[in-house]
Write a protein that binds this ligand. Structure first.
Ligand code: 3PG
Length: 181
């Protein structure tokens, strides 16, 4: 897994190439395209087709209808802000990695029940940041986290230095890549 996962919100389909190529030029070979804009599904399809070398997945997937659409569009992984059993079931069936949002021990236990050992810690900054992440890790040594939400250039390295951080996620990575264009 890439260590940095840009959270990409595509508002116009025509932005897709610009954003994906900027990420690639920036050395980021992955993108989480969030299902919260009208053209997200089409943008995901376009990105998966034009950037097969990149790990392109869908974010903000909150139900099985969206999950089905994302998988049909070619998503290589699925991310949710919370935990959805329906999405977990579908991803398990299709053998696609699913990273549910988990911010409490109960949610992590739910993920573990589905065999999921890498979860999104969201919204990281609101739920206590690195301190909370370390505390949550103690009873779950088998779990790795993707802190997302309020992660930025300043705190990114602290998160990444923690051994239980699988990757960090954030929209700031998209902004940075576009600034360098
Ligand atoms: C997400 O959907 O994962 C978050 O909105 C990303 O949060 P950020 O904009 O603080 O990186």
């Amino acid at each position: 897994m890439e260590k940095k996962i840009p959270v990409v919100a595509i508002r116009e389909l025509s932005e897709t190439d610009k954003i994906l190529s900027a990420l690639k030029a920036h050395g980021i070979l992955c993108a989480e395209i969030t299902f919260r804009t009208a053209c997200a599904e089409e943008a995901l399809r376009l990105a998966c087709r034009n950037y097969p070398e990149m790990d392109v997945g869908a974010g903000a997937v909150i139900n099985k209808v969206q999950c089905r659409r994302a998988l049909a569009a070619g998503a290589k992984f699925i991310v949710s802000p919370g935990f959805s059993e329906d999405v977990a079931r579908l991803c398990q069936k299709k053998r696609i990695p699913y990273y549910p949002g988990c911010a409490t021990p109960t949610e992590i236990m739910q993920a573990l029940k589905w065999g999921i050992t890498t979860v999104k810690f969201f919204p990281a900054s609101v739920y206590g940041g690195l301190k909370a992440l370390k505390a949550l890790s103690a009873p779950f040594p088998q779990v790795k986290f993707i802190p997302t939400g309020g992660v930025n250039r300043e705190n990114m390295e602290e998160y990444l230095a923690f051994e239980k951080t699988a990757a960090i996620g954030g929209s700031f990575l998209v902004e940075e890549a576009l600034q360098c264009e």
